[in-house]
Write a protein that binds this ligand. Structure first.
Ligand SMILES: Cc1cc2nc3c(=O)[nH]c(=O)nc-3n(C[C@H](O)[C@H](O)[C@H](O)COP(=O)(O)OP(=O)(O)OC[C@H]3O[C@@H](n4cnc5c(N)ncnc54)[C@H](O)[C@@H]3O)c2cc1C
Length: 458
């Protein structure tokens, strides 16, 4: 509601009504894409695999892997922006390895098929008397896909999704089913929690959960500098905290969530998509007239109140993201957040008047998975986005060095340009991971070109 009111009040008229040909182009592009066998959510990655298979059981999966000649890659829901999934040989979907398999009520643990989408976790888990500790921005990802890239939500005391894994099973290059946990095969467990899908195909995962809870979400608009001045405090005092800086406004939309016993109010429909389209429309009309653009946005922001609502955890965490984009997100030492956000804002205001997507800021607790971007480091994350039909390269190329200067680690599933040399310096257990990978998959059955580049394997 708040965001819709805020952004709708930017009086720029209806872009789509004035430009019907734009809608025509979108549907033609969609029609074209239908002939491509696999593509990711934004359309920036695609491939035409020789074999595309959704095995029914472990035997089928094992023989598929054993028979494959070229790279075997698992696809989750295709929500990564980096070319982790593409293969010209064998593409595997774990959609038949899905759903809640078992619960341990005493330990508050639950075992799911690895291909279960996050959106199918909340209800059955709640009915079983359990809840996830945290969730990312959306709930379309599969569990295995989310773990593979270190997918996170926000919260200084809340770890990324994989930090709640207590055990997993996967089929390796030899076709064997291997299990690991902190107690059993602990080195493999440290490597496999965040593996970019390079060690094997995950089939089953067990999560450490908590008891179900309700959340109160509060959103408000505040000048960026006021927010940055109390960033740490906001992070410390709330279960989750995040903000979106609106480009060319110096204003940010902040959101916190906290546990509550208050009655459920229900959740209003998400307004972010309309808001982003309004910002796009404003960019399209005013582009380089940054003074007028800023004035209009600031006028719209003035006088906006705050918004609060209460619902169960799995209805509060995820948003709907209907406006497609490509994204770069880096994870940084938590204390560098304010300076990084200011530097990104400056780059946008000086060089990138085409930018209209808000800049996203979140916190994540540290963990100890070897390739976790949060490995032994309390982190904040700063993300920039570019509309899916527009070229992101120049914008992202100007932002990325800011992250490098602050020892940023890239989100594995979001666009970045780092290769083996730089990555090996950012991850203390890098070589240990490579050793485990080489032992499990000496012929590189799970490696596509992107993974070879990341790991420095020719
Ligand atoms: C709109 C949108 C919002 C997003 N929001 C967030 C967010 O809030 N926080 C965040 O951290 N990220 C976010 N992401 C990124 C996303 O969470 C990650 O890229 C995630 O990895 C996608 O999961 P997926 O199921 O789509 O996997 P895919 O993108 O299909 O695959 C990702 C990786 O997982 C591997 N994989 C998939 N299944 C298996 C398996 N069974 N065994 C082994 N490996 C497997 C693949 O091979 C690949 O390496 C967002 C992305 C989009 C498009």
């Amino acid at each position: 509601m708040l965001r819709r009111d805020l952004l709708k009040s930017i009086a720029v008229g209806s872009f789509f009504a004035a430009h019907p040909q734009f809608l025509g182009m979108a549907s033609a592009a969609q029609a074209e894409r239908r002939v491509i066998p696999w593509q990711n959510w934004s359309g920036v990655e695609s491939c035409v695999p020789q074999v595309k298979s959704a095995p029914r059981d472990l035997d089928e999966l094992a023989s598929l892997i054993k028979q494959a000649k070229g790279p075997v890659r698992a696809a989750g829901s295709g929500h990564s922006f980096t070319p982790l999934v593409p293969t010209e040989d064998t593409l595997v979907s774990l959609r038949r390895f899905s759903g809640l398999h078992s619960v341990d009520a005493e330990k508050l643990q639950a075992t799911f098929g690895a291909g279960t989408r996050l959106g199918s976790v909340g209800e059955p888990l709640s009915q079983a008397g359990q809840a996830l500790h945290n969730m990312p921005d959306i709930n379309k990802q599969t569990l295995a896909g989310a773990f593979a890239t270190g997918t996170h939500g926000t919260g200084q005391m809340l770890g990324a999704l994989h930090s709640h894994l207590v055990a997993l099973k996967m089929v390796t290059a030899s076709g064997d089913l291997v299990a690991c946990s902190r107690e059993h095969n602990p080195e493999l467990f440290d490597a496999a929690r965040v593996s970019l899908g390079s060690l094997g195909i995950l089939t089953e995962v067990t999560l450490q959960n908590r008891t179900p809870y309700k959340l109160k979400r509060r959103s408000w608009v505040e000048p960026l500098e006021d927010l940055l001045a109390r960033l740490e405090k906001l992070g410390e005092e709330n279960l989750t905290f995040e903000f979106f800086l609106i480009p060319f406004s110096n204003m940010a939309i902040a959101t916190t969530t906290n546990e509550t016993d208050e009655p459920i109010t229900g959740r209003p429909a998400d307004d972010d998509n309309e808001g982003v389209l309004e910002l796009k429309s404003l960019r399209d009309k005013l582009g380089w007239f940054s003074g007028l653009r800023s004035w209009l946005i600031n006028q719209a922001v003035k006088g906006q109140g705050e918004e609060e609502f209460v619902d169960v955890w799995w209805k509060i965490f995820p948003y709907e993201r209907e406006v497609r984009f490509n994204e770069m997100e880096y994870h940084l030492p938590a204390e560098t957040g304010a300076n990084v956000v200011r530097a990104v804002r400056d780059v946008i205001e000086k060089k990138h008047h085409e930018v209209f997507f808000p800049i996203e800021f979140r916190y994540t607790h540290s963990d100890d998975a070897w390739l976790s971007p949060f490995y032994k480091r309390a982190s904040c994350s700063v993300a920039v986005h570019r509309y899916f039909e527009e070229d992101f390269k120049a914008y992202f190329a100007d932002v990325e060095p800011i992250h490098w200067a602050h020892e940023g680690r890239p989100h594995w599933g979001k666009i970045h340009t780092l290769g083996a040399e730089a990555l090996s310096k950012l991850y203390p257990r890098w070589q240990d991971f490579l050793d485990v990978r080489a032992t499990l998959d000496p012929s590189g059955k799970f490696l596509n070109d992107h993974l070879r580049h990341l790991f420095g394997i020719v």
